[in-house]
Design a protein around this ligand. Structure first.
Ligand code: FAD
Length: 742
């Protein structure tokens, strides 16, 4: 059992106006800071009991306490809460449900956060990383960024404190070190910290993760031990997949391996955009044999290639210091080194080969699956730092006799930005649990991971854009972290698979996610005459009835139809607990074929939303989601549309909001997130859903039925000025709460 800890941070509130707005919407009694009292928790406003009585906003002091993250753990013996085999720990630590209530609603403050959810060594390392940046200070951080200084001092620190060695060595290669394991929760936390201080620092870590991916997945024990030893001695790693001519079309690699008569190969070809390619102890390189076939990528999008078409692919390790490894240049203007390099008759021994044939291809995809998860956490960290800077500046700047935070458009921008950021954090926290609990029969993480990459980073980009509108010129000054966040957040959605590539991936899950096997009746909607063009009310009634009856009758139908029973069984999952336990996530290196995505089943999403239907904007969003389900049933994309990425993108924007919202609600339940904040998050979601619906309606290729049904998705969020003021107050309460050491 770990101990409970609680830290209180004193935050100077710049104005009583801010605080007044923070509380006026809830019960008027404060336990700590802008939070409503424990008994009321905002329910006085949001559909619960009568508001409690107490101090009024006016009587509040000018300083307030914001509760810092507080963590408590509950040791649960194996049994009902037993984890899948991938979590090979002897006991499961589950967060007590109260845990994290403050964590997500209060932005991450590295100076005060205690990392209490982790074990002692993890806490020590995370604290050491924060202290390293804070001791170095902001002026130096900015100077090194400006001068594009290679971060050798940071890497010396990483080596000294065994940061990468401890966090990136799987338990199987730990060689007796009890602290080494591949633990997605602490990897995510470090990704967030590095994003908080600078995306360049995040990048050197991120590409080391990618470089290690094909190695840890390999059966080549000698290569794995070599990598573990290099990691232990403080080396960094690189992932050599991209080529200048081919971009996302990795099928068409021109890194060619000529077989040698006495075994092994000579590799010749170029790689482009390879992070750490200047210094990596090992570079995992993807290439093809000269004597075997590879896929014709021009046909690859038509259907799944045959297994023999993969025969030529190879993954091998190269040493960046070898004379046949020709480092050409850094292709970006940055502290980070994104290399172009050539191999010229580079000798590849059998001992250097990691994967052959189709396995090499899967290793590439599965590595990206592991790596791209961190992009969302880098984005969260960067946005949190940028938010502190923006809110502190705006709160203290007086124009025309007003604080900038009091201008109406700024109030909207800040409230939305804060709610978006809390949503990103809620989603990401819950996505960790699905990643860590994944196993061969539960691959839902593949969807949640694509959304972590694509949606969380794009939400982050939106936050930075909105905050830039709030602070205007200040966002460009050279003593601000903000410009680093602007560049970083512009890059994250576009790298390691563009948004379009991740959207195409996500769409493969749409049918199974949207329609639970019990929805067979709802699918019948498409056969109802006129379902595409009938009035909204009639279609909604028919869809509701079909959905209700088919869900209600699922067990009886399953008993009668064996195939449906199997389908229903496949959509049943054990509850996924919170996963911050000290387990080794070894399944991530045994993910198996990257294909078969259409067979992955999802649990019914509706009950998660129904639990929160007392919150007005969640109820409205659920209506939109149901209408979208009806659209898909009554006016599904035609065969032609299913090949049109532009059209599908509009559908994908709508679809991916559902799993995003689902995990947010799941985490909100765990953390007891304040209903006011949830309501504000869903206010944003309703607007965005309506916007995407209009985009779909306007697509030139949309059928009449799709145009019609798309308009059914448009709703107006429930406005609530008290709730808005409450959330704005929470955002403003972060002014002055964190400032990096000078
Ligand atoms: C700073 C930085 C660091 C990087 N680090 C690494 C690294 O360490 N290792 C590494 O291997 N790579 C790395 N990359 C490469 C990065 O992963 C690629 O940029 C990315 O895979 C996309 O390739 P591309 O940029 O060449 O775009 P392209 O592949 O040229 O894509 C161009 C456009 O075509 C679209 N498109 C592509 N395929 C399809 C499709 N099937 N259907 C519809 N649209 C499609 C894309 O969405 C995009 O809009 C890095 C890049 C940068 C800029």
């Amino acid at each position: 059992m770990r101990s409970a800890t609680a830290a209180i941070v004193t935050v100077a509130m710049p104005s009583s106006t801010a605080m007044a707005s923070a509380v006026s919407s809830t019960c008027g009694r404060l336990r700590s800071g802008p939070r409503c009292c424990a008994r009321c928790r905002g329910r006085g406003v949001f559909g619960g009991t009568a508001p409690c009585r107490g101090r009024t906003a006016e009587s509040l002091p000018m300083t307030s306490n914001i509760s810092a993250p507080r963590s408590r753990f509950l040791l649960v013996s194996r049994g009902e809460d037993q984890l899948p085999t991938s979590a090979n720990n002897n006991a499961t630590f589950m967060h007590e449900t109260a845990r994290g209530a403050e964590m997500t609603e209060t932005l991450f403050n590295p100076k005060t956060y205690d990392f209490a959810e982790f074990d002692a060594e993890t806490r020590r390392i995370l604290r050491a990383v924060v202290d390293w940046f804070e001791a170095r200070g902001k002026a130096r951080l900015k100077q090194d960024d400006r001068d594009r200084v290679w971060y050798s001092e940071f890497l010396d620190f990483v080596k000294r404190e065994r940061v990468f060695a401890t966090f990136l060595t799987p338990a199987a290669l730990a060689n007796g070190d009890p602290n080494k394991r591949w633990d997605t929760a602490r990897i995510a936390m470090l990704s967030k910290i590095l994003g908080f201080y600078g995306m360049s620092y995040w990048y050197v870590w991120q590409v080391s993760i990618l470089g290690l991916g094909p190695i840890w997945q390999s059966d080549n024990t000698a290569a794995k031990q070599r990598a573990a030893a290099l990691l232990d001695s403080g080396e960094i790693f690189a992932f050599g997949l991209s080529e200048k001519a081919h971009g996302a079309d990795v099928y068409s690699t021109d890194m060619v391996l000529e077989p040698l008569a006495d075994g092994g190969f000579h590799a010749t070809g170029g790689k482009h955009y390879i992070g750490n390619g200047n210094l990596a102890g090992l570079v995992s390189v993807f290439g093809r044999r000269a004597d075997k076939p590879i896929i014709d990528s021009a046909k690859a999008l038509e259907g799944k290639p045959a297994q023999e078409d993969y025969a030529g692919y190879l993954f091998f390790v190269a040493d960046s210091k070898h004379p046949a490894y020709k480092l050409l240049r850094n292709v970006v203007d940055s502290q980070m080194y994104v290399a172009a390099f050539d191999l010229e008759n580079y000798p590849v021994a059998e001992a250097d080969i990691l994967h052959r044939g189709e396995a090499a291809f899967h290793a590439a995809m599965n590595t990206v699956n592991v790596g791209k998860f961190n992009l969302g956490f880098g984005a969260v960290g960067a946005c949190e730092h940028a938010f502190y800077e923006a809110i502190t500046h705006a709160e203290n700047r007086i124009l025309f006799g007003h604080r900038v935070t009091e201008f109406p458009q700024v109030r909207s921008l800040l409230t939305d930005s804060y709610a978006r950021l809390v949503a990103m954090k809620l989603y990401s926290e819950r996505a960790i649990d699905y990643m860590r609990s994944a196993h061969a029969e539960d691959r839902r993480y593949l969807l949640f991971n694509a959304i972590e990459k694509m949606t969380v980073t794009r939400q982050g980009q939106r936050i930075i854009e909105d905050l830039a509108d709030v602070i205007a010129a200040r966002g460009f000054e050279n003593d601000m972290y903000f410009p680093m966040a602007m560049l970083g957040l512009f890059g994250l959605p576009r790298l390691e698979g563009t948004v379009h590539v991740n959207m195409a991936l996500s769409l493969k899950f749409m049918a199974n996610y949207m329609f639970h096997p019990a929805d067979a009746g709802l699918a019948a909607l498409r056969y109802l005459p006129g379902a595409g063009s009938a009035p909204k009310g009639a279609v909604r009634a028919a869809a509701g009835a079909l959905s209700w009856t088919s869900r209600g009758l699922a067990s009886r139908a399953g008993a009668a139809v064996p195939k449906l029973a199997t389908e229903l069984k496949r959509a049943e999952y054990e509850h996924i607990p919170t996963r911050r336990d000290a387990a080794d996530d070894e399944f991530l290196f045994h993910q198996g074929p990257s294909s078969g995505l259409g067979r992955i089943r999802f649990a019914d999403w509706r009950p998660v939303f129904e639990k929160f239907a007392h919150i007005p904007n969640v109820a409205l969003f659920l209506e939109q989601a149901r209408a979208f389900q009806t659209l898909l049933a009554a006016a599904s994309p035609t065969r032609e549309q299913q090949r049109d990425v532009d059209f599908l993108f509009a559908i994908g924007e709508l679809f991916t909001m559902l799993p995003y919202a689902q995990l947010i609600l799941e985490q909100a339940e765990i953390e007891h997130t304040d209903p006011a904040v949830i309501d504000q998050i869903f206010d944003i979601f309703i607007r965005e859903f309506a916007k995407h619906a209009l985009t779909l309606h306007a697509k030139p290729t949309a059928t009449q039925a799709q145009q019609h049904r798309a308009l059914d998705l448009i709703r107006r969020p429930v406005a609530d000025s008290a709730r808005f003021a409450n959330v704005l107050g929470r955002a403003r309460a972060h002014a002055g709460a964190y400032e990096m050491n000078p």
